[in-house]
Design a protein around this ligand. Sequence first.
Ligand code: SF4
Length: 327
Amino acid sequence: MALVHEEPSRGTFNGLRHDWTRGEVRALFALPLPDLMFRAAQVHRENFDPTEVQISTLLSIKTGGCPEDCAYCPQSAKFDTGVDAEKLMSVDAVLKEARAAKAGGASRFCMGAAWRSPKDRDLDNVCAMVEGVKSLGLETCVTLGMLEAHQAQRLKGAGLDYYNHNLDTSPEYYGAIITTRTYQDRLDTLEHVREAGINVCCGGIVGMGEGLDDRVGMIATLANLPVHPESVPINMLVQVEGTPLAGAARLDPLDFVRTIAVARITMPASVVRLSAGREDMSEETQALCFLAGANSIFYGPKLLTTPNPERDRDMRLLDKLGLRPME
Ligand code: SF4
């Protein structure tokens, strides 16, 4: 009898742990790489077909001019990065991009808007986009900043499948990266999304000058959320000239691989996305990430405003590794 399914106590829920201590997570990071990779691969195989990779396409539906001060972001109006503020795209223009993404093999279409939080009138348009993209047979995801409970409900009503809202880093390092919203604000948005019945896409960024303890703290916080995010994007910072993090010390690619592996082990049933930063990664590093349990990528020439490997190059890499898009 699977007691863990019936008694969600002592930090387990649906058989998944939510009581990871920082010491346990730190111990995973400290494993010899072959042991860490083996454990991550085991967990991956127990929960997924390791040859399948979920493919998402990301479109910036409203670029630039954001009032927030996320130190990594070229879309903040506070930094001079050469990204101009644009208006929200029309529903028709978004649907045209979504059709192209579907033709290119994407199963999920993610739409990002550079807002602190959406105004209710903006949500009318976003809801129309969600309905239109869904009618094409694609899963939908949006990232619009902080949400109130009623806004999450409206998006759910439009049929939204996923809402992306990242924790970015550990609670301790967060203040060095963003000052215009708190960690608790982020947790509140995640709760509204979860309560509305929308799947949660939530991860973070590494290579922002944080220490190992911050990567430990970020993963422990994600893994100890009341329900694990269904999708966990792990991003390698893409340094953009003009942002405060341009020139930050680069993270060793193997530390990135370790972060993916620890995310896989602590959140076994979540899709772990090898997210931003692939443009600067060797094929070998990306391959190690897939071996460490990553099973999703963003696909397409741009990630919001930063470059991403060309689609053909991505497909050739998946082919070379014997991987295929998840249905
Ligand atoms: S990450 Fe999002 S909220 Fe932060 S500055 Fe960029 S667009 Fe704004």
